[in-house]
Design a protein around this ligand. Sequence first.
Ligand code: NAP
Length: 281
Amino acid sequence: MGKLIDGKELSSKIKEEIKNEVKGFMIKPCLAVIQIGDDEASNVYVGAKEKACNEVGIYFKHLKYDVNVLEKEIINKIIELNNDEYVNGILLQLPIPSNLNEQRIINHITSGKDVDGLNDINVGRLNNNKEGMIPCTAAGIIRLLEEYEVPMEGKNVVIVGRSKLVGKPLISLFLKKDATVTVCHSKTENLSDITKTADILVVATGSKWLIGKNDIKEDAVVIDVGVSRVDGKIYGDVNTDEVKKVASLITPSVGGVGPMTVAMLLSNVIKSYHKMNKTTN
Ligand code: NAP
């Protein structure tokens, strides 16, 4: 029977460290979150970020815009926040309405304050093994694997999902760990044959229970990123109850990767704070 990976516990430990660090700061760090529209899931995620900031002493600036806002108005606000010496992190809550150009907006966030690590500069830095902001979910997954002392060097890692938030940054992060990386997506043929080769399987698709016990190899480490809401209930991409009987380590669909995403976001705000205030960390 596989052991559960406790993302909540590690996230609490990281938050406690940040809270203690922030107590010693003269000026409170600040995260600005731009939300456009009133998407139900986004409201929940923004609420979780606000709660986490409050817990550790980071000032949370919530800028909520009507769904009909013009791109220019958002970009002007980003420029203002870029120039504000008291703002350390700027995040555009996704998704945004399809009439707005998401990447163009994100690219206006100055790279040092791009705490989601999604602008072209940070993406390029990660691909070139240079220091920069790393997307929070991907960073959180690596941190969890390190915490549980999962060997990565030489291991077969299969990532299902190629988004800029999760799959793509993980390619660089796992390669940096000298793993052998395979990436699958919706057009991949014979998915199960590939997932069964994984020593470490990361699934980030948003398809309820895409992965069952017949899709993994014995003793694999399984990281479930997906979140689907079906009839008001939350499901992961992995059927945890059956897969945990075959896996050696597995994240639960709630309390696994999710809390780590928030912890890494706080970490990125602190990283920017140190850079802006030229303190060491
Ligand atoms: P996304 O941008 O929609 O990407 C989904 C990826 O999964 C795409 O690459 C897609 O392939 C692939 N895919 C979809 N259905 C598939 C299938 N049946 N078989 C194989 N591949 C399939 O989503 P995302 O932003 O990466 O998020 C993925 C999931 O993780 C969502 O449920 C999201 O809510 C969740 N998430 C959770 C956290 C957290 O903190 N827990 C953070 C981020 C995301 P194509 O590229 O071919 O379309």
